[in-house]
Design a binder for this molecule. Sequence first.
Ligand SMILES: [Ca+2]
Ligand SMILES: [Ca+2]
Length: 434
Amino acid sequence: MKSIAVLSLIMAVLVGLAVGWCLAADPGTLAATVTTEGLPFPCIAGAACKVTLEYANTSDKDADLKDWSVSCMVDGNKVEASVDPGASESVQASKSATAVLTITLPESAGGKDVVLACSVNAAGQVVKADIPLSVTPIFEITLLPQRLILDPAGPKTLGMSVINHMDKQFTGKVTITANGGLSVDPSEITANIDALGLEPYMISIAPAGKLVPGHYTLWVDVGGKSKEWAMIDMPAVAASETVKVDGKLDEWKDVQSGSISSYNGSKYSTIGSVWFAYDTKNVYVAIEADEGVQLPNPDTKTDVPGGMIEIAVDPLIDGAKDTKGGFKDDDRAYALVAGPNGAGLRRTQIGGKSVGQDTNFPVAVGKRGASNIYETAIPWTEFTSFDPGPGKMIAIGVLVNAPSSYNLHNTYEFGGGLAGNIDPRLFVPVVLGK
Ligand SMILES: [Ca+2]
Ligand SMILES: [Ca+2]
């Protein structure tokens, strides 16, 4: 019995020592800096870039670094990395050593903030470092403005600059493409850009024929290596016309309608159209929706479950609250609702704070053929920071939520910015006609 107890004690001491030894084996720390090699941008996609790793041996023993092996990942992909000769073979206790890595980041990392995750086998243990890097694209493309609102009457100009971040001249094609209905001039440029040089270009953009109001996209591709895009908006025109809110479209001038559509990833389906008009008192909105879309119904004085129309206005076209979206103080949103006194247009909450939901602007519902017509008027007094007049512009988003019995998609929009995250940048500009 006694000898077993002694043996257990000896075992316990040995295990204790082993644990103590493990705790004492301090692997040190790894830090990293990115050197610039004289260039203003340290890491250019597709080009060699130098990363200096500094290993600090914080243990009380010399560290053997014969087996420095480095592996780096970006966005989960392994990065080509070679270690320059000159890495120390050993690091004395409490001293540091550096190794310079030459890495080549994939072209796809251009323009992104990435994390270069490196691990080094130092002193028989793996030490890791995450290095945040801003990766400069090979060609830096700037388009101004990034959102161009077209003039239905004629071409508008978009400015483009291309910076060549390579240390050699680039001669190659710049291609400019846009959605159907837009004419772009030039659509191809043979570019000669000096090493580390900048070239400016002008692109003329015009609607080719009658273009449906909404968002279009322009893409620029430089040498197949860098891409950039700009949003092109074709504004809707609000007719200068006083409208009788009676559910009939007789008085509406023939201004081009916008379509209320849904995109399921492969094709668009359209549920209806929207028109705008204005006078000194109101901005008028008319919506024609497919007969299957039964929305607030003043005859039955009830809402159809799941059915809803929302209208939102950004009178200043001044962007979103932050990069993710959100309303600003000038913006307003409304919902068409039905109740015991018929249908009305009510203000909805803006950014979670009530701006008075007791409004009840007039709504009339009618029929045209099999379609349902909704007409409404929003007084200009809603937008105190906007002074209406011919040629002025506001942005409007319309969302139609079809009831679940309507067996296509549920959510249809004119423009965007109401389904999902609120984003006034996706509302469509509406120019007040003459
Ligand atoms: Ca009418
Ligand atoms: Ca706004």
